[in-house]
Design a protein around this ligand. Structure first.
Ligand code: ATP
Ligand code: AH0
Length: 403
């Protein structure tokens, strides 16, 4: 028998596993690396986060990814070359982290890699009549390269199984959030403010787990970051929301932005910078005669838009019922302009970060992929959500052996 298979069987039966979760999201700020100890599997899973780092991408890495990121037309040759290049980059960054943490690769059981999303194409968003009704998403950074470079058994490309089972390939947060952060008594809303904003609704664990689901709500930081990069290089984002806080919301532009049907579409739904990108903003500016609006006012308006996207999705989910306590994560949780707008639009909701639940808010998404790998190896397909919620009960991730 393949010795790697024997090792995997031993790992599956062990009381706990040491798993590195990797996530690099739509903000292209860097690679999140979370070294986790996961004990058990399923709803009783216990997490110990041993180490976490966000390794920033340098300008050259961002430039290369942006050659294809959310672009309708790209060089196929470039895309082909980028796929193993990203994997080798991620492998090098993982090995750098392990060296710093004084952990040998042989002491890590599994590597769980999300890869770099370069295109997200749910059926409501793409314009390809040849593929009408089909959902698709593409993450680069091939798992075989990661396994060979690091010597660690790797699970990767988690989103394809979700697609195969009828989902949109995202958000996957529902699975990890449910397994790690459900409470026996309290309903919870876990709101992640990344490039795209999304939330998971967790019913109290005593209730039917099939009520759990996650959905994207619209832009988080993506439009804010793009404007700051364009108008204030080399800044990559509006640090502590300073520029947005100095601006005024422009109601005309906000109304034009909110006419997009995504905001009224039923839940769950997913999106990406392919929709919420420069063309969307330019069209709304043209429609509201705000092409000359200053940067601060634009940012204030876009922070309001992100908050209203969340508020509208919450309204669709709860239809007037009280909003559960909100636990924030993702980089946008550090933006006071965004958080203040959210608090205004979800009056009465109690806000905290996932720190209050023992999960550092910047590490949550990387931890999610470690949890998915743990489930794939040691768990059962997770039977949460169902039917309307489109949370297929599947185990996700493709296996790559180092040898
Ligand atoms: N101090 C800060 N002030 C304002 N914004 C911040 C701050 N720190 C981080 N951010 C925002 O958070 C972003 C990074 O967020 P995060 O790492 O959660 O995104 P991501 O994982 O790439 O996104 P996604 O979840 O969509 O894949 C930055 O680009 C920036 O917009
Ligand atoms: C296709 C893709 O990469 N989607 C990301 C992105 O970033 C936030 C939001 O859009 C979410 O749908 C998803 O990531 C998280 C980890 C998820 O799947 O839950």
């Amino acid at each position: 028998m393949n010795p790697a298979l024997t090792r995997l069987c031993q790992l599956a039966q062990a009381p706990s596993r040491r798993i590195i979760g990797l996530m690099s999201g739509t903000s292209l700020d860097g690679l999140d690396v979370a070294l986790c100890r996961l004990a058990g599997a399923g709803p009783g899973t216990q997490l110990t986060l041993e180490h976490f780092a966000t390794v920033p991408y340098d300008d050259e890495t961002r430039r290369r990814i942006r050659q294809v990121f959310a672009q309708g037309q790209v060089s196929l040759e470039y895309l082909t070359l980028l796929n193993p290049w990203i994997a080798r980059l991620h492998a090098r960054l993982v090995l750098d982290c392990l060296r710093q943490w004084q952990v040998a690769p042989a002491e890590v059981d599994l590597l769980a890699s999300h890869g770099q999303t370069v295109y997200h194409a749910p059926q409501h968003q793409h314009q390809q009549p040849d593929f009408a009704g089909q959902n698709a998403t593409l993450q680069l950074g091939d798992g075989d390269h990661l396994a060979v470079e690091t010597g660690i058994i790797t699970l990767s490309d988690f989103r394809q199984k979700h697609l195969a089972a009828g989902g949109e390939g995202a958000p996957l947060a529902a699975y990890g959030d449910y397994l790690l952060l459900s409470s026996p008594a309290e309903p919870r809303l876990l709101l992640n403010l990344g490039g795209i904003a999304n939330f998971t609704y967790l019913p109290p664990a005593s209730q039917d787990a099939r009520a759990a689901f996650s959905t994207d709500t619209g832009p988080g930081n993506t439009l804010l970051d793009a404007l700051v990069r364009q108008h204030r290089p080399p800044l990559q984002y509006d640090e502590d929301g300073r520029l947005a806080l100095a601006g005024q919301v422009h109601e005309g532009l906000l109304a034009a932005l909110l006419t997009h049907p995504f905001f009224a579409a039923p839940l769950p739904k997913t999106t990406g910078p392919e929709l919420f990108g420069p063309a969307y903003l330019a069209a709304a500016q043209a429609a509201s005669y705000t092409e000359t609006l200053g940067l601060e006012d634009l940012l204030a308006t876009l922070a309001e838009l992100s908050a209203l996207g969340v508020a509208r999705a919450v309204k669709l989910a709860f239809e007037g019922r009280p909003v559960p306590p909100v636990y924030l994560s993702g980089g946008g949780a550090h933006n006071p302009a965004l958080v203040a707008a959210l608090q205004r639009h979800l009056p009465g909701a109690r806000f905290a970060t996932t720190d209050a639940l023992g999960v550092p808010p910047d590490a949550k998404e990387a931890i999610l992929f470690a949890v998915l790998a743990n489930e794939a190896v040691a768990g059962q397909p997770v039977a949460i959500g169902a039917g309307r919620q489109r949370v297929p009960a599947v185990s996700m991730g493709k296996l790559s052996w180092p040898g």
